[in-house]
Design a protein around this ligand. Structure first.
Ligand code: BV8
Length: 250
């Protein structure tokens, strides 16, 4: 039985699925990844833009970058890969989606149990008192200061910052109890998110990787589906739902 058939058979048999996604699942919506050829980290300096030090040094520059990213998020649509994951969710009593993405595309595709490990761009948070304000359009330089004396920052987890405790705990627990783990569109470079696919799952958990390229997660994968998410995931869903080619013996 090939990897695709085995992945289908496992997805059909289980009622406990944990999904981890990275920026690759949004690539076919038109958003850049981080470490790819035209990746964000190739065209920008991480330290200046995605770190507490960079924000302290130049909050206006950091907001210029996040305003641009948020505008880009609003200009694009969820793709067939996001939709397939939302459709898969309906089939499992125990389903958790942990995403490293901050683009809100999983929520817009209809996914419900979504853990945003690295935050999102729907709100800004005061770095002193924690007050929140919705991010309707771009946050202007004169809106960064807060009356408490703090500054509004993107509600994002930057390098060197801990992931939100309750979100991390729920993601780690879901990854540890899942019978099947589906990993889509992540290079597996960033920790502790990548450990949800490599160290958290039980030894007998079946790990499926959907990615056009080999990654740091590939050695843990039991089924490797080499291809773009917006092609592979709908095919996987249709087959698991019994509308595509057979999954092989179930
Ligand atoms: C922390 C901000 C501790 C949001 C981001 C070991 C343990 C713990 C920490 C560390 C550790 N080792 C190192 C660290 C530190 C660090 C880290 O991981 N560094 C890396 C670079 C080595 N981790 C941290 O700092 C984390 N914090 O550990 O805190 C702590 C604890 C207590 C108290 C204080 C501190 C915080 C990490 C979060 C950083 N924030 N971004 C934003 O601006 O967006 S990370 C950034 O990388 C994004 O969030 C992104 O999602 C994430 C992961 O990248 P990917 O999504 O995987 O993207 P990438 O481009 O790499 O890969 C894309 C993939 O898609 C590729 O494989 C490609 O082939 C594939 N693809 C392309 N097209 C498609 C596709 N796949 C499918 N279909 C396609 N069409």
């Amino acid at each position: 039985m090939g990897d695709f058939e085995e992945a289908c058979a496992r997805l059909r048999r289980t009622d406990s699925l944990f999904v981890l996604t990275g920026s690759g699942i949004s690539q076919e919506s038109g958003l850049p990844t981080f470490r790819g050829v035209n990746g964000l980290w190739r065209t920008h300096r991480v330290e200046e833009l995605a770190s507490p030090q960079g924000f302290a040094r130049d909050p206006v520059l950091v907001w210029t970058w996040y305003n641009e990213r948020r505008a880009a998020h609003r200009d694009v649509q969820p793709n067939a890969g996001h939709v397939a994951i939302a459709q898969l969710e309906e089939r499992y009593a125990d389903f958790t989606l942990a995403t490293q993405n901050v683009d809100s595309l999983h929520l817009r595709a209809g996914s419900k149990n979504v853990l945003e490990l690295h935050g999102h761009l729907r709100e800004a948070r005061c770095d002193r008192c924690g007050a929140r304000r919705p991010l309707e359009g771009a946050l202007q330089p004169d809106e960064i200061g807060h009356t408490c004396g703090g500054r509004f920052r993107p509600d994002i987890v930057w390098f060197g910052e801990p992931l939100p405790e309750n979100i991390w705990a729920r993601a780690a627990a879901a990854a540890a109890r899942a019978e099947v783990v589906l990993v889509v569109g992540t290079s597996g470079v960033v920790e502790p998110a990548a450990s949800l696919a490599t160290r958290a799952p039980r030894r007998e958990a079946f790990v499926i990787e959907v990615n056009p390229e080999e990654t740091a997660i590939t050695p843990r994968a039991d089924a490797i589906l080499r291809g773009p998410a917006a092609t592979v995931l709908p095919r996987l869903y249709e087959t698991v739902a019994g509308r595509g080619v057979s999954c092989g013996p179930t």
